[in-house]
Design a protein around this ligand. Sequence first.
Ligand SMILES: [Mn+2]
Length: 372
Amino acid sequence: MSLKVFHTADLHLGMTFRNRGYPEEVRQQLVEARYEALERMVELANAEKCRLFIVAGDLFHRAQPPPEAIARAVRSLSRFQGDCVALLPGNHDYCDGYGSLWKELRELAPDSLLLLTDTVPYPLHDYGIDAVLYPAPCHRKHSRENRLGWIRQLAERPAARWHLGVAHGTVRGISPDLEDEYFPMEESELAGLRLDHCFLGHTHVRHPDLEEVQGALFCFSGTPEPDGFDCRHGGSAWITTLDENGVHCRAVATGKFRFMEISRELRGASGLDELEEELRQVGKRSLVKLRLSGFLPEEAYNNRRRRLDEMRSAVLYLEDNDSDLAVELSAEFIAARFPAGSFPQRLLSRLAQKNDPAALQLAYRLINEVKR
Ligand SMILES: [Mn+2]
């Protein structure tokens, strides 16, 4: 019997995006995009006829998300046409037995929604699936110890064709965790659990970073919707097929928006035209952090703010830094500012002739500072 699973994690529904100076309507689009990603993934899973939909932690950004976030998530997950949706508490939406999130989920959840809140095996036979899930649910935000121990110690396992781990935390050597505070796991430890596959969450970049993987012991799904400038990918999830050939994972693209950093060294006014064209290509679903350096002729330099404001409409959000961009110090520019024969005029002209723009810029800056 083959089993097709949709694997995601780290949706962080309810993330507010107030950390940066996003314009309000951009911010709202970013908030909304995470709910849309969930809807899109459920549709994808339905189209692919997946039977199991796994969220390996951090469906919500907080352990106490706003009630409408919970209701919307449940509504989206209810549209899954497969047999079972399994939700694992992550370190953001942890389950400590006191908070209300997992209780509310339990009340709202349809029968198909399975909450992996305990360190016990969850056989899926009632859902018509010949598999058992072994979860490592987070019970708080930080922990130096992962929650795989109980699986290792389990004396007896329920009979099933597939034994599948679902865990949230870092894997040493793969996910950054400088302080070892995110339920760190070892690869050897995961291998020692003797499971057919482990569905992991927490690291926002998928692992392995490949379009297809055969025989992987574990995979991180990555976040399905990019959440900031440290996220360089377009968002993805896995469709994992378990059959007589073993485990096969195929990546699917899930994101709407894309964050990117662009660095441009301008050499003349045409550089701005090229940049504008590039931003139009990048388009309205992109958030761009732009860093400009180089030189522009005086007129273009003086108009650069207006040009950048025009470019802003090409993308969803543009954050620019032009502090390394300078005016081009042409002979006319120098002649117009310093009397012929004066020390600055002679120095700058000589440097201009030597074709050393960096030295020329430095000298011009120093002269201006002295002048002030
Ligand atoms: Mn996490």
